[in-house]
Design a protein around this ligand. Structure first.
Ligand code: ZN
Length: 150
Protein backbone atom coordinates (compact mmCIF):
# COMPACT_ATOMS: atom_id res chain seq x y z
CA UNK A 1 0.00 0.00 0.00
CA UNK A 2 2.68 2.45 1.06
CA UNK A 3 4.85 1.45 -1.89
CA UNK A 4 1.94 1.96 -4.30
CA UNK A 5 1.33 5.42 -2.91
CA UNK A 6 5.00 6.23 -3.26
CA UNK A 7 4.98 5.11 -6.91
CA UNK A 8 1.95 7.26 -7.58
CA UNK A 9 3.59 10.27 -5.94
CA UNK A 10 6.75 9.75 -7.99
CA UNK A 11 4.72 9.48 -11.16
CA UNK A 12 3.00 12.82 -10.47
CA UNK A 13 6.38 14.46 -9.80
CA UNK A 14 7.86 13.03 -13.03
CA UNK A 15 4.80 14.15 -14.98
CA UNK A 16 4.97 17.74 -13.71
CA UNK A 17 8.72 17.84 -14.28
CA UNK A 18 8.38 16.61 -17.87
CA UNK A 19 5.34 18.74 -18.69
CA UNK A 20 5.35 21.71 -16.32
CA UNK A 21 1.96 23.41 -16.07
CA UNK A 22 1.68 27.18 -16.54
CA UNK A 23 5.25 27.41 -17.88
CA UNK A 24 4.81 30.80 -19.53
CA UNK A 25 5.09 34.53 -18.92
CA UNK A 26 2.04 36.56 -17.89
CA UNK A 27 2.60 39.79 -19.81
CA UNK A 28 0.42 41.98 -17.61
CA UNK A 29 1.34 40.30 -14.31
CA UNK A 30 0.50 42.22 -11.14
CA UNK A 31 3.38 40.56 -9.30
CA UNK A 32 6.69 39.23 -10.63
CA UNK A 33 9.26 37.84 -8.21
CA UNK A 34 12.41 35.81 -8.77
CA UNK A 35 13.37 32.98 -6.47
CA UNK A 36 16.72 31.22 -6.16
CA UNK A 37 17.84 28.18 -4.19
CA UNK A 38 21.66 28.33 -4.19
CA UNK A 39 21.88 24.97 -2.43
CA UNK A 40 20.70 23.21 -5.58
CA UNK A 41 20.81 25.92 -8.27
CA UNK A 42 17.02 26.10 -8.75
CA UNK A 43 15.89 29.39 -10.29
CA UNK A 44 12.39 30.56 -11.07
CA UNK A 45 10.39 33.66 -11.85
CA UNK A 46 6.84 33.63 -10.57
CA UNK A 47 4.06 35.68 -12.22
CA UNK A 48 0.73 36.42 -10.55
CA UNK A 49 -2.37 38.05 -11.91
CA UNK A 50 -4.68 39.33 -9.18
CA UNK A 51 -8.27 40.52 -9.04
CA UNK A 52 -8.65 42.19 -5.67
CA UNK A 53 -7.42 39.49 -3.29
CA UNK A 54 -7.94 36.52 -5.62
CA UNK A 55 -5.15 34.92 -7.64
CA UNK A 56 -6.77 34.64 -11.08
CA UNK A 57 -3.66 33.42 -12.89
CA UNK A 58 -0.22 32.12 -11.92
CA UNK A 59 2.69 31.07 -14.09
CA UNK A 60 6.45 30.63 -13.97
CA UNK A 61 9.67 30.48 -15.94
CA UNK A 62 13.04 29.14 -14.93
CA UNK A 63 14.96 25.95 -14.50
CA UNK A 64 15.70 23.67 -11.62
CA UNK A 65 15.72 20.09 -10.42
CA UNK A 66 12.73 17.77 -10.78
CA UNK A 67 11.48 18.50 -7.26
CA UNK A 68 11.56 22.29 -7.65
CA UNK A 69 9.97 22.18 -11.11
CA UNK A 70 7.22 19.78 -10.02
CA UNK A 71 6.61 21.87 -6.91
CA UNK A 72 6.19 25.19 -8.73
CA UNK A 73 4.11 23.54 -11.48
CA UNK A 74 1.75 22.04 -8.89
CA UNK A 75 1.65 25.30 -6.98
CA UNK A 76 0.61 27.39 -9.99
CA UNK A 77 -2.27 24.95 -10.58
CA UNK A 78 -3.39 24.86 -6.98
CA UNK A 79 -3.30 28.56 -6.11
CA UNK A 80 -5.34 29.61 -9.15
CA UNK A 81 -8.73 30.99 -8.06
CA UNK A 82 -7.65 30.92 -4.41
CA UNK A 83 -7.58 34.05 -2.32
CA UNK A 84 -4.24 35.35 -1.09
CA UNK A 85 -5.27 34.31 2.40
CA UNK A 86 -6.05 30.73 1.28
CA UNK A 87 -2.72 30.55 -0.57
CA UNK A 88 -0.84 31.70 2.54
CA UNK A 89 -2.64 29.08 4.61
CA UNK A 90 -1.64 26.37 2.13
CA UNK A 91 1.97 27.54 2.34
CA UNK A 92 1.89 27.30 6.14
CA UNK A 93 0.44 23.78 6.02
CA UNK A 94 2.80 22.64 3.28
CA UNK A 95 5.85 24.08 5.04
CA UNK A 96 4.82 22.39 8.30
CA UNK A 97 4.38 19.07 6.50
CA UNK A 98 7.91 19.23 5.10
CA UNK A 99 9.66 20.47 8.22
CA UNK A 100 7.67 18.81 10.99
CA UNK A 101 6.89 15.11 10.93
CA UNK A 102 3.70 15.38 12.96
CA UNK A 103 1.36 17.04 10.50
CA UNK A 104 0.06 13.94 8.68
CA UNK A 105 -3.42 14.76 9.95
CA UNK A 106 -3.62 17.73 7.63
CA UNK A 107 -2.61 15.83 4.48
CA UNK A 108 -6.12 16.07 3.03
CA UNK A 109 -5.96 19.87 3.25
CA UNK A 110 -3.03 19.75 0.84
CA UNK A 111 -4.70 17.78 -1.94
CA UNK A 112 -2.23 17.14 -4.75
CA UNK A 113 0.59 18.80 -2.82
CA UNK A 114 0.76 15.63 -0.72
CA UNK A 115 2.77 14.06 -3.55
CA UNK A 116 5.74 16.09 -2.30
CA UNK A 117 5.46 14.79 1.27
CA UNK A 118 8.25 12.25 0.66
CA UNK A 119 10.69 15.15 0.39
CA UNK A 120 10.71 15.60 4.17
CA UNK A 121 12.83 12.45 4.43
CA UNK A 122 15.53 14.32 2.50
CA UNK A 123 16.20 17.56 4.39
CA UNK A 124 18.56 18.82 1.67
CA UNK A 125 15.68 18.76 -0.82
CA UNK A 126 13.13 20.58 1.32
CA UNK A 127 14.29 23.93 -0.06
CA UNK A 128 13.79 22.65 -3.61
CA UNK A 129 10.15 21.93 -2.75
CA UNK A 130 9.52 25.15 -0.81
CA UNK A 131 11.33 27.60 -3.16
CA UNK A 132 8.14 28.21 -5.18
CA UNK A 133 6.20 28.89 -1.99
CA UNK A 134 8.77 31.27 -0.50
CA UNK A 135 8.67 33.12 -3.82
CA UNK A 136 4.86 33.20 -3.69
CA UNK A 137 5.01 34.52 -0.13
CA UNK A 138 7.28 37.37 -1.30
CA UNK A 139 4.95 38.08 -4.23
CA UNK A 140 1.92 38.22 -1.94
CA UNK A 141 3.76 40.61 0.38
CA UNK A 142 4.54 42.65 -2.75
CA UNK A 143 8.31 42.37 -2.37
CA UNK A 144 10.01 42.98 -5.68
CA UNK A 145 13.58 41.97 -4.92
CA UNK A 146 14.73 38.44 -5.75
CA UNK A 147 14.41 35.99 -2.89
CA UNK A 148 16.92 33.35 -1.89
CA UNK A 149 16.35 30.30 0.30
CA UNK A 150 19.75 30.89 1.94
ZN1 ZN B 1 16.52 21.53 -6.36
Amino acid sequence: MFEDLRDLYQEVIFDHNRNPRNFRIIEAADRTVEGFNPLCGDRLTLYLKLAQDTIVDASFQGSGCAISTASVSLMTEIIKDKTIHEAEELFTTFHALLTNKETDLRMEALGKLAVLSGVRDYPARVKCATLAWHTLDAAIKNETHAISTE
